[in-house]
Design a protein around this ligand. Structure first.
Ligand SMILES: Nc1ncnc2c1ncn2[C@@H]1O[C@H](COP(=O)(O)OP(=O)(O)OP(=O)(O)O)[C@@H](O)[C@H]1O
Length: 495
C-alpha cells in the first residue's frame, strides 16, 4: 500500500502555505516528515485527514484517487491520524477508551471479554503491558499515546500519521514509543511520522522528507543522509550555536537565589544555588520533581518548608504574582494550554509580560507593543511576522515562541527566568536561535533555570546541571562534566 501526493497546493486567506508538494509514502516504511515551525506539516496532514481541503493537486491511496470531504471520509479511505493533543476520556478506563462508540455488542450487551481479548492482542503486538482495566490517570504519557495508536489501528488504516507523538514525552518514554513503532513496522503499515527530534529519525525512520518554503526540499533514504544535511534542509541555512563560554562569564557570576531545605508536595528537601549570568539546567526522569521544583520557585506550589532568598532578600511566595513582582518568570511546560491566549493577537500575547506588571492591558501603547513584537520576531525568527494575527493562527512551534518571547524581549526586568522544557515542539533552527538568545541574556545578568529531558540540549546550553531523582538533588555537574552518561547515571540514582 502506498500513498502518492502530487503537486498539492493550499493557501490560507490567499497566503500560500503548500506550494506544490510531491511526496511518496511507500509500503511498510516509517517516513519521517520534518520542517521548521510553520513550514506547513500540519496543513499537509489536515489535507490528508480531510480536516482541510487542498486547493489543487492530487492524492492517491493504493493507486486510487483520494479526496476526503471530512475526517470520516479519510478514515474510510484508510488514513488515520494520531494528533499530539490526546483525545482520551479521563473518566473511563483503558478498555472503554479504546472501544468508545465502537463497542462489541451482542444485543444490548457489550462484550467486554471480546474487547479485552482484542486489546490485549494489540498491546502484545506492540510489546506493552498495559492493564485494560487501568484508570487513565495512572498511565504515563507514552502509554496514553499507545492507547491513541491502538484506537487508530482498530480502524484498519492504510496509512497511519503520527503528528509529533513524542513532543510531550521524556527521553525514556520516547524511546519506549519508538520501540513500539518498530514493532508496528512488522505489519507493513506505512507511517508518516512528524517530529522535531532528529535522533528519532536515525533511530526508527527508513526515509526522511523535509518541507520548506511550501515544497519538499529533501527526500531521501535515512541511510543516505547526514544529520547536518537534514538540519540545513529544515533551516535553509547552516545552524550553529556557540557553546556557553564558561571562562569569560565565570568572574561576572554572583549568587542570586539560594534555596535551603525546600520541601513541597512531591519534592524535597532541596538545597540549590542559582547564580546571575548563568544557565542552570535541571535534569531528571519523569516523576523526579523537575516541574514541581520550578513551580515551587514560582509560587505556584505551596512550600511545606524551607526558605528561598533572591538577591539576599527572603521571599514569601504565596502566589505567582509575588514571584513576578520579585523578578521571577516561568514559562510552563504545557504552555499552549497554560500560557497562549489563543484569541488575542500575537502582539498582545507578547506584550502580556509588561501588561502583567502594569496590572492591565489598557495602558499599553500600540507602538510599544509593536516594538516588543518586532524585537521578539527578530530574535526568535517568528513566522509569520504579523502582530495583528490571532495567536491561534500561528503554528504550534511559533505559538511557543510567542510565549518565550514575552520574557526575552528587551527591557524586561526579569532576574530569574524559569523555563520548563522550552524547546518542546520547536524546530532545530529556532532551537539554535533560542540557545543563542538565552546565552546573550545571561551576559546582562539574567539567571536562567531550564529543565530538559534531552541531555544533548543541556550539554549545549547549561553552565551547570542539577540532576534530580525522586524529588531530591542526586548530583551537580559543571561545564565539561555535563554529558549524557553522567546525567543518566545520576538520574537513575535512587530509582
Ligand atoms: N486556519 C489558519 N488560518 C490562517 N493561517 C493558518 C491557519 N492554519 C495554519 N496557518 C498558517 O499556515 C502556516 C503553516 O502552519 P502549520 O501549522 O501547517 O505548520 P507546521 O509545519 O505544522 O508547524 P509546527 O512545527 O510549528 O507545528 C503557518 O504560517 C500558519 O500560521
Amino acid at each position: 500500500m502506498s500513498v502518492v501526493i502530487s503537486n498539492l497546493k493550499k493557501a490560507y486567506s490567499g497566503v500560500p502555505v503548500l506550494k506544490g508538494v510531491d511526496l511518496e509514502i511507500e509500503d511498510g516504511e516509517i517516513h519521517a516528515f520534518l520542517g521548521a515551525n510553520g513550514a506547513g506539516k500540519s496543513t499537509l496532514i489536515k489535507c490528508l485527514s480531510g480536516a482541510e481541503q487542498p486547493d489543487s493537486g492530487a492524492i492517491e491511496v493504493d493507486g486510487k484517487p483520494f479526496a476526503a470531504s471530512g475526517p470520516r471520509d479519510a478514515m474510510r479511505a484508510g488514513i488515520s491520524v494520531v494528533y499530539q493533543e490526546l483525545s482520551l476520556a479521563s473518566g473511563l478506563n483503558v478498555l472503554d477508551n479504546v472501544f468508545l462508540g465502537q463497542e462489541y455488542k451482542r444485543g444490548p450487551f457489550v462484550c467486554k471479554a471480546q474487547e479485552e481479548r482484542e486489546v490485549r492482542k494489540w498491546f502484545a503486538d506492540l510489546g506493552v503491558s498495559i492493564d485494560p482495566e487501568a484508570d487513565l490517570l495512572k498511565l504515563s504519557n507514552a502509554e496514553l499515546q499507545v492507547i491513541e495508536i491502538v484506537k487508530a489501528l482498530r480502524t484498519n488504516p492504510k496509512l497511519l500519521i503520527l503528528d509529533e507523538p513524542t513532543a510531550s514525552l521524556t527521553e525514556r518514554e520516547a524511546a519506549q514509543l519508538s520501540a513500539q513503532l518498530l514493532a508496528l513496522k512488522k505489519k507493513r503499515l506505512p507511517l508518516l511520522y512528524v517530529t522535531h527530534r532528529l535522533a528519532e529519525v536515525f533511530a526508527i525512520a527508513d526515509r526522511v522528507s523535509v518541507l520548506r518554503g511550501g515544497k519538499i526540499v529533501l527526500s531521501s533514504k535515512v541511510s543516505d543522509v547526514t544529520e547536518q544535511e537534514i538540519v540545513s534542509a529544515i533551516a535553509g541555512r547552516s545552524v550553529g550555536t556557540t557553546p556557553p563560554d564558561y571562562a569569560s562569564q565565570e568572574s561576572r557570576r554572583s549568587p542570586l537565589a539560594q534555596v535551603r531545605g525546600l520541601t513541597a508536595p512531591g519534592i524535597g528537601p532541596i538545597d540549590l544555588d542559582v547564580n546571575s549570568c548563568e544557565i542552570l539546567g535541571i535534569f531528571g526522569l519523569v516523576g523526579s520533581g523537575r516541574t514541581e521544583l520550578l513551580e515551587a520557585l514560582f509560587g505556584a506550589r505551596a512550600l511545606a518548608g524551607g526558605t528561598i532568598t533572591l538577591g539576599g532578600k527572603p521571599l514569601n511566595l504565596r502566589r505567582p504574582s509575588d514571584a513576578v513582582r520579585a523578578g521571577i518568570a516561568l514559562v510552563p511546560e504545557d504552555r499552549l494550554r497554560k500560557s497562549v491566549f489563543q484569541t488575542l493577537t500575537a502582539g498582545e500575547n507578547v506584550a502580556m509580560a509588561s501588561a502583567a506588571k502594569l496590572g492591565t492591558l489598557g495602558f499599553r501603547s500600540k507602538s510599544s507593543e509593536q516594538k516588543a513584537f518586532h524585537d521578539v520576531s527578530r530574535k526568535l525568527n517568528l513566522q509569520p511576522r504579523r502582530s495583528e494575527l490571532e495567536a491561534r493562527r500561528f503554528s504550534g512551534g511559533n505559538q511557543q515562541k510567542l510565549v518565550l518571547g514575552r520574557w526575552l524581549q528587551d527591557g524586561q526586568d526579569c532576574r530569574m527566568l524559569l523555563l520548563d522544557e522550552p524547546t518542546q515542539g520547536v524546530d532545530v533552527g529556532a532551537r539554535g536561535d533560542l540557545y543563542n538568545v538565552l546565552s546573550e541574556s545571561t551576559k546582562t545578568g539574567l539567571a536562567v533555570v531550564v529543565t530538559s529531558s534531552e541531555p544533548e540540549e543541556l550539554m549545549q546550553l547549561a553552565h551547570r546541571v542539577v540532576v534530580l531523582s525522586r524529588g531530591r538533588v542526586a548530583g551537580v555537574l559543571h561545564g565539561a562534566e555535563i554529558n549524557q552518561e553522567r546525567l543518566l547515571h545520576l538520574a537513575h540514582v535512587g530509582e
